[in-house]
Design a protein. Sequence first.
Length: 486
Amino acid sequence: MGYYPIKCIRCAHVTDNEHVLFNTKDVIGDVFVKDRPETAAAPDMTSPFMEMKSETVTKGSIWDDDDEDTAEDIPMQELQATIEFSQYMTCSDIEKYCEQQGFDRCQRHYQHVDVTPDFAGKITDVNDLLTGLSFQKEKDGKTVKAYKRICPHCHCELPSRSGSMPTYNVTVMGTSASGKTVYLSALNWLLAQSQGDLPYRSSLTCLSANKANQDFVNKSNTLFEQGVLPGTTQIVLTEPLVVEMTYRLQDRMKRCLIALADMRGEDLVAQDGENLLARGEFFARADAFMVLVSPMNMQYIHNSLPNGEREESNSNVHQTLMSNISEYILPFFQNGVIAAPTVVMMSKCDVLMNNAARLAIPLSNAVVAAEPPIKFTGTYFAQQNRGTQTIMQCDQSLFSFLKNTFPRTYFTSFSSLGRNIVIEEGENSEKKIQNPNAIRPIRVVDPIIYILISLGFLPDFSLMELGPQHTENNIGILNRWIAERT
């Protein structure tokens, strides 16, 4: 028995049944919340779910019952234990409040969760997962159910399935114009389509797990259906992109939540690191990292392209990026290295494909070569890793920095839209793809697959190979994963 760590998708803090907050305003049933009296003390924002009263009590306030007691009639000890009704409260505080007011007894609602072996040793609470609370808001009033759980640290609403499956927080890093916005749009679209099978007739299906993402989902759909490019990620993706993933292997099934938190590219190259310092603890709690690098900011590649294909670049941006990571992020990590699984992703590989000869990239390099019909084998991952590193070494200082800073790094390349699209300027400087039917993303899902393997959610396909001579080894890997992870 037990449940998975209830991890916030925004701040990555972990909470449990007793400390998670419930939204008492957004409930199922009749809603009637009395306003706080004007004489009530201002709420303590560090603990918004409880407010203790030890000063003058105004007659007729929310903690008064139908009796006519005055402040002088109520013992001081009882006043200090009085809980004021608030929008965000723990289950225990709701229960205490209802008891003090003489309301009907609250009812807790639980969900039974079967925790997989890889998490069993980490579970400290053997109770089932608390998913809601039924209670009265006023004397003789109808019973309502609070079912929306809130992070006690940052007040972010938790996904409804939080705690019933693992939650993995992935930090997406990249400078401005590295392609993060379009990448996340393409990833969201492809995951929603659930395209592509995994080895051994297994599959990965995904669905959106955060209502706050709906505007971003709509813009992703618009990109692929009408060709309209989205704005910057910070405008269209105000909360982490959260998807629920279901992996099926024969009769086995495993689920998780993935929260992709985008960093402002401007923060990574800002002259001061105030915003980076403010998020340092969040970085330290991330389960994995995705680092996007634009080849257009690599001086050799930019200078080698014909004038018509050169995008605006900044050859100094990588130096600032490295400096800011070293000064403002690494101090939050032990020994000054980020040991979480990391994928370094070189964007816009379509440009490299179209200019391979000019850039002296051999056609055998996996970055520009045609993709194999069967992916996600040890050979496939090794070729992508080696090929991307070969190209990235044209910016040797950046390449060395990334390898040393992220020791568990896998290198790959991708193109969010593919090789054959034509972008034109629309109205109000809006960029639009002239031929959206030609969009063919390249290796967009690969980074997520690799991260899920590294986190143990998927079997280690990077240890598997094609061919009957490898069948026994592959089945052994699958059986060990089934025993340890399902």
